[in-house]
Design a binder for this molecule. Structure first.
Ligand code: HEC
Length: 102
């Protein structure tokens, strides 16, 4: 019985990982985390002023920038301090969110 349960779990596990519901939850989390960026980078990352727009940039670019700011590898005025609050996972969710906006 137990063996059969383990075999069953191994079978359905990949479907849970690639599940559209899981993906939708991650998209929503990314959008929520990204709200804090709007104050400076504009609504949906579309900046009206001197601060760079970040909507539609690749998720690789956004994630790499945030990690470099956070780890002090890229000089910044405010981003270094702002990026300190995020884990790698959260940075990836934020990056995916902005990359999905045009
Ligand atoms: C307090 C204002 C402020 C907030 C909040 C803020 N940023 Fe920034 N961001 C800046 C400024 C200013 C720069 C230019 C680099 C610097 O001086 O820090 C920048 C630069 C960037 C860059 C590099 C853009 C490029 O073209 O090189 C990325 C990516 C970025 N921010 C993403 C984010 C994300 C994602 C968030 C939310 C998690 C965020 N920022 C929140 C002010 C802000």
């Amino acid at each position: 019985m137990r063996i059969r349960f383990i075999a069953f779990s191994a079978l359905i596990f990949p479907f849970i990982i690639g599940n559209p519901v899981t993906q939708a939850v991650e998209l929503t989390q990314g959008a929520m985390l990204s709200n804090s960026c709007a104050a400076c980078h504009g609504t949906d990352g579309n900046s009206p002023g001197a601060i760079p727009s970040i909507n539609g940039k690749s998720s690789t670019f956004i994630a790499r920038s945030l990690i470099e700011f956070r780890d002090g590898k890229r000089p910044s005025t405010v981003m270094g301090r702002h990026a300190k609050g995020y884990s790698d996972k959260e940075i990836q969710l934020i990056a995916n969110h902005f990359a999905s906006l045009k």
